[in-house]
Design a protein around this ligand. Structure first.
Ligand code: NAD
Length: 590
């Protein structure tokens, strides 16, 4: 048995090596197809490893959960202590251990270790304890992990494409061991969360986002590829840090930057085809808008900071309207902060109003006002505005303070996306409450200390009348004998299901109507019970069901728009989405 497995493994490796080295004759192509089919559908790849190697293979290792029969069949006897335990007991033990750690970063490192040791256990743990572990594998802890990435680095978890690879990006991509990639999350590390330029250490973000793609959206882990484009960093502290893992040079810009991005984008398409989703993550906004605009015509691209945020916040608004009443077009919106999040949300609101009322988008934009660091965005400032702010320059006298803008515009919805905390002051919130029976107030800036106001302030200053949501989680608030559970407009509600929808339909482009479909699908899942508690979002514990519904809505739109390539369309898209989702329970090995 073992020699047969080893021979099979050697043959497979040899065929793959020939293929990756570029020798792609029809015979090799047929053989590689066969290998992939066997690996994908029969999933007998665990047969290639046995004994000690199987225990060191995170894709197939089950630790103490290997049965007596499996221990005999795969040469594990003696390599494990005699106890045989269930996956549930393993989870119980790990949760117990994780809760002993004092520091969130220690929990993060323990989770990463587990991912590298036993992939299925990692994902089962994450799915079963999603509310507790989401802040560990993603924000806020991932931010600290990125800051200290050089120090805590043990194993590369993704692919690094650097300026040194210019002219050889295709070869770099070929070094990645998996071929059937469906989702890439890529960053250049320039604007990691609210923490600024972290260069190569931004890798924690694609790794974390893809863990959520698998846990929350059910995309197979082997189909996910985290990538960091390293063009240097302007972070002096990192450049002087002996443990820094990236290129020690100032950030490349202009032609040099765009040539590398262009080479990367075409190499991705060449190697993984038209249907691979490329999610841009945490690019600084001077590149983010341009990259999205440029590549959305030729690639399947999605920017979570712009489009994912917009979709989740629109979902929150659609749900809030069920509480407050009125249509989207009947409300007036004022934003504090006109960056990727603010202008992205503003555009999607205007688009949904346009779809609902059939009015031109230019007209619908007039319902939405934005304040940036220089004050209200108005026509007289147009010449000096960055291009993504120009559509929001309306006719109005210049105003510099948010309070003045609130008094003058009288918005029904106030949204904070400035990244600056405590900017929804008592007088601003009280002004909102003075002319709105149920003011909608979203304080979206992260982390908690940057939130424009706290949940408690929003409820206290409006006598419990605010419909409130935040970017960072807030604990339930007691006001006048009532308990409010504020909703969190977490992007993780949208992007995993959104990506799954693209993957299962074989979509080749992202269309803005798909974002609207995702928002509507999420809003539909918030119930009266959630509203009664003060939340406009459904609880996160149901996230896989939510993701399946979002995926179905996105896929349906892809078919409707003629952008889907998986034909014929499945009859029941929700069931189909659920059936495609990766589940990390252990399999029995023959
Ligand atoms: P960004 O840097 O692209 O934009 C920030 C904008 O705020 C810029 O236009 C800046 O000029 C403006 N600004 C800065 N100081 C200001 C001030 N004092 N008054 C008014 N405007 C000011 O950042 P972004 O990606 O748009 O993110 C903004 C915030 O939104 C961050 O805190 C981020 O964490 C949060 N966010 C939340 C969610 C969510 O809730 N799901 C999603 C994405 C981003």
């Amino acid at each position: 048995m073992i020699s047969c497995n080893m021979t099979m493994s050697l043959v497979t490796q040899r065929i793959k090596r020939i293929w990756y080295s570029g020798q792609r004759s029809p015979l090799v192509a047929n053989m590689i197809c066969l290998v992939h089919l066997v690996e994908k559908y029969a999933d007998v790849s665990y047969l290639y490893n046995s004994g000690y190697t199987l225990l060191r293979d995170p894709h197939h290792n089950k630790g103490l959960s290997f049965t007596e029969k499996e221990r005999d069949a795969h040469y594990l006897r003696g390599l494990l202590p005699p106890a045989v335990v269930s996956q549930e007991l393993q989870i119980k033990k790990i949760m117990h251990n994780l809760r002993q750690y004092q520091l969130p970063l220690q929990r993060y490192m323990a989770m990463m270790d587990l991912q590298e040791r036993n992939e299925r256990l990692f994902y089962k743990l994450l799915i079963d304890n999603v509310e507790e572990l989401l802040p560990v594998v993603y924000t806020p802890t991932v931010g600290e992990a990125c800051q200290k990435y050089g120090c805590i680095f043990r194993q590369p978890q993704g692919l690094y494409v650097t300026l040194r690879d210019k002219g050889k990006v295709l070869e770099v991509l070929r070094n990645w061991p998996q071929r059937n990639i469906q989702v890439i999350v890529v960053t250049d590390g320039e604007r990691i969360l609210g923490l600024g330029d972290l260069g190569s250490q931004g890798m924690g973000i694609p790794v974390g986002k893809l863990a959520l793609y698998t846990a929350l959206g059910g995309v197979r882990p082997s189909a996910c590829l985290p990538i960091t484009i390293d063009v240097g960093t302007n972070n002096e502290e990192l450049l002087n840090d002996e443990f820094y893992i990236g290129l020690r040079q100032k950030r490349a810009t202009g032609k040099e930057y765009h040539e590398l991005m262009e080479e990367f984008m075409s190499a991705v398409k060449q190697i993984y085809g038209e249907k691979v989703l490329i999610q841009f993550e945490d690019f600084a906004n001077h590149n983010a808008f341009d990259l999205l605009a440029k590549y959305s015509k030729s690639h399947l691209v999605f920017n979570d900071d712009i489009q994912g945020t917009a979709s989740v916040v629109l979902a929150g608004l659609l749900a809030a309207l069920k509480v407050v009443g009125g249509t989207l077009a009947e409300h007036t919106y004022l934003f504090l902060g006109a960056g990727e999040a603010g202008t992205g949300i503003a555009e999607l609101i205007a688009l949904e109003i346009s779809r609902q009322t059939k009015a031109p988008i230019e007209e619908c934009r007039k319902k939405v006002w934005l304040v940036d660091s220089k004050g209200l965005i108005v026509n007289s400032r147009k010449d000096s505005l960055q291009s993504f702010k120009k559509p929001w320059a309306h006719e109005h006298e210049p105003l510099t303070s948010l309070f003045d803008a609130v008094q003058s515009i009288k918005p029904t919805v106030l949204i904070g996306t400035s990244g600056v905390g405590r900017t929804f002051t008592k007088e601003v919130v009280e002004a909102m409450a003075s002319f709105n029976e149920r003011p909608i107030i979203f304080s979206l800036s992260n982390p908690t200390s940057h939130s424009e106001c706290t949940a408690e302030e929003a409820y206290n200053w409006t006598q419990g009348r605010a419909v409130f949501a935040s970017g960072s989680p807030f604990a339930p608030v007691e006001y006048n004998g009532q308990t409010f559970v504020p909703g969190q407009s977490n992007n993780a509600y949208i992007f995993p299901g959104f990506g799954l929808g693209l993957v299962i339909s074989g979509a080749i482009r992202v269309h803005e109507d798909m974002l609207l479909a995702a928002s509507e699908a999420l809003a539909d899942q918030a119930t009266q019970e959630n509203f009664d508690k003060g939340s406009i979002f459904p609880p996160f514990t149901n996230i896989r069901k939510i993701s399946a519904r979002i995926a179905a809505a996105v896929a349906e739109k892809a078919y409707e728009l003629g952008l889907a390539t998986r034909l014929p369309p499945p009859r029941d898209l929700v069931k189909y989405a659920e059936s495609c989702m990766y589940t990390p329970v252990y399999r029995n090995y023959r």
